[in-house]
Design a protein around this ligand. Structure first.
Ligand code: LER
Ligand code: MN
Length: 264
């Protein structure tokens, strides 16, 4: 497994430990010793492809996953939008992230973009949108990582079982799960069993403590979580997606202390 940290541009989405201009943040995380980042971009076109590639290679960084929540938080579009033009826009925007992911050889997280089911039939609409993106992802050789998210944020796909049901339904090697310890702590009967059940469907992993603060600030047992995760054969990134404390340096210090303590 590799230590990883979420880096993003300014957005309404809170749990990004390092926010700001990528020209400043990428050199910063590289100096902190990270080789992998998760990128939360306002748009796949924030930087030209060449600029982004140069910035990554100059700082010896690889992208473990691309977040894709920006169109949901800032453009008011989702996979379940009532207005079909808005829904098509959400699909189109995710397909643009898929195109970028293909060039960066990474995966795309499918989280908040799912939107909310409000009436009968909305689940099917969500599945239809996801299927359309999945066809594009298959064509581009990109994995979509579906994230179970807790009920206070979303009502579509809260648990690992919900996610696995969709994986079985759509039956594609390009559809996987990203698990998040913060959400699992709210939704799962046992975080450990949920990780084991997800098994080789896991393609990415978010770490945050029970209160979504840096690991060590809450009550999750990360040593045991990592033991179970290792036993599934997972060898991807452990990505710190968490709420920054008021002091960014302190946040980064706590994340580093966690990774060091776990032998990274
Ligand atoms: C995104 O990775 C996440 O965990 C969600 O809380 C997004 O709303
Ligand atoms: Mn997450």
């Amino acid at each position: 497994m590799q230590k990883c940290i979420v880096v993003g541009e300014e957005t309404k989405f809170g749990p990004i430990p390092i926010k700001g201009d990528l020209n400043d943040t990428l050199p910063y995380v590289s100096k902190l010793g990270y080789k992998y980042i998760e990128l939360n971009l306002r748009s796949p076109f924030t930087l030209s492809m060449q600029e982004l590639k140069n910035l990554l290679s100059d700082n010896d960084l690889k992208v473990a996953a691309l977040s894709s929540g920006y169109p949901y938080f800032h453009e008011n579009v989702s996979f379940t939008s009532k207005d079909s033009i808005q829904r098509k826009k959400a699909i189109h925007r995710i397909n643009e992230y898929i195109n970028l992911a293909s060039l960066l050889e990474t995966q795309v997280i499918i989280g908040s973009i799912r939107g909310t089911a409000v009436e009968e039939g909305d689940y099917e609409v969500f599945i239809d949108s996801l299927q359309q993106c999945l066809w594009h992802a298959e064509k581009m050789g990109v994995v979509l990582a579906l994230e179970p998210i807790n009920r206070y944020e979303m009502n579509l796909v809260n648990t690992v079982d919900d996610g696995l049901k969709i994986i079985h339904l759509l039956n594609s090697d390009n559809l996987k799960l990203i698990l998040d310890t913060f959400h699992m702590n709210i939704e799962e009967k046992s975080i450990y069993d949920a990780i084991s059940t997800a098994g080789d469907a896991i393609s990415h992993f978010h770490v945050a403590d029970s209160n979504r603060k840096p690991m060590g600030c809450g009550h999750l047992d990360f040593t045991r979580i990592l033991e179970v995760l290792t036993s599934t054969g997972y060898n991807g990134a452990l990505s710190a997606e968490l709420l920054p404390l008021s002091d960014q340096e302190e946040t980064v210090k706590l994340i580093s202390a966690f990774f060091e303590g776990e032998g990274f």
